[in-house]
Design a protein around this ligand. Structure first.
Ligand code: ADP
Length: 323
């Protein structure tokens, strides 16, 4: 089963004619409150697809926290691991102007109080999970503790968002590390300028993860994996791009596979990456190969961009099949 460890936020959204400058007050439309945060988004996305999903997170003892727990339960997420208290629920204050540009202030609140101790106390949840999926809207030391607490044979999936340099211990556990273009560039540093997405995938893999997925919006995604020389010789499929395989030393090859996107009318890409990651993590737990899981996830991500919002836009399993 899938365990998501991550953030839960209330997204407070106001449409404005113009975003305010320093010292300025502007009047906006009615406040809309949406359940969000990458952890909660992933958990809801997976549960809607039909995955048995639990969330380890922390919210405040307040109305926003109750709203989040409610929306998680409605989607079918196991909320026994959603801890309450310690700080107000995380909030994102979002103003959106008519051209769709936004300004966002995030108060991590209770997300910042999800501690390594909380991970150790959730030992039971971790032990029963095949796949554990995390992001970086919670403290990095908490993510490190997740890596150290993985059950035997448990698989670790990380979307490093918001991106920051990662300790080798965390990178080495990722199977896969899932990044979009922006996240790839931050993790690789300035030297990534001018490289192609395939270069990013190869270079990220060289930093230590067991596998890497680079998401490319409407262009789909790239999957990069190492494999042994023997596997390479016995594989007739030749599905690699840009020359297929390239040696990185030690008899280990890198194979980069392109995952096709689905052509859809994109309305709002909010949450697409969360839906993609959740779908991929769940499929891996059912025994799919990384390329198969990414192919399914691309259809989930495509479905998610056809509707407004984050959690409201996530498809059911039946909707993905119909795509
Ligand atoms: P993020 O939301 O993290 O920036 P992407 O924009 O790369 O991530 O989107 C994640 C995935 O969602 C993509 O790999 C793709 O499969 C799907 N997706 C996103 N935008 C579109 C689109 N316009 N058309 C089809 N699929 C899309």
């Amino acid at each position: 089963d899938l365990l998501v460890v991550g953030s839960a936020n209330a997204d407070l959204v106001i449409d404005v004619e113009r975003r305010p400058a320093a010292g300025e007050t502007v009047l906006g439309g009615d406040l809309a409150v949406h359940p969000g945060g990458k952890g909660a988004n992933q958990a809801v996305a997976a549960a809607r697809l039909g995955a048995a999903t639990a969330l380890l997170a922390r919210v405040g003892d307040d109305g926003h926290g109750r709203l989040l727990i409610d929306s998680l339960r409605t989607a079918g997420v196991d909320t026994a691991g959603v801890l309450v208290g310690g700080a107000p629920t995380g909030v994102a204050l979002i103003t959106v102007d008519p051209s769709g540009d936004n300004s966002i202030v995030v108060s991590p609140g209770a997300n910042g109080r999800l501690t390594p101790e909380d991970v150790r106390a959730a030992d039971g949840l971790l032990r029963t999970s095949r796949v554990v999926s995390t992001q970086l809207e919670i403290p990095l030391e908490t993510v490190v503790e997740v890596v150290r607490s993985l059950p035997e044979g448990g698989r670790f999936v990380l979307n490093p968002s918001p991106p920051r340099p990662l300790p080798g211990e965390v990178l080495a556990a990722c199977d896969p590390l899932i990044v979009n273009e922006h996240e790839a560039k931050v993790i690789l540093g300035d030297s990534a300028a001018g490289d192609t997405p395939e270069d990013w995938a190869r270079r990220l893999l060289a930093e230590g993860p067991r596998s890497v997925v680079v998401t490319l919006g409407a262009e789909g995604a790239l999957v990069a994996e190492t494999r042994t020389e023997t596997e390479r010789r016995t594989d007739e499929s030749g599905a690699g791009v840009g020359g297929g395989v390239g040696a990185v030393g030690g008899g280990v090859d890198v194979e980069v596979t392109r995952v096709a996107s689905v052509r859809v009318d994109a309305v709002d890409t909010t949450g697409a990456g969360d839906a993609f990651t959740a779908a991929l993590a769940w499929r891996l737990g059912t025994g799919a190969t990384l390329a198969e899981a990414a192919g399914y996830a691309a259809r989930v991500g495509a479905a998610a961009v056809t509707r407004r919002g984050a959690q409201e836009s996530f498809p059911t399993g039946a909707e993905v099949e119909a795509l």
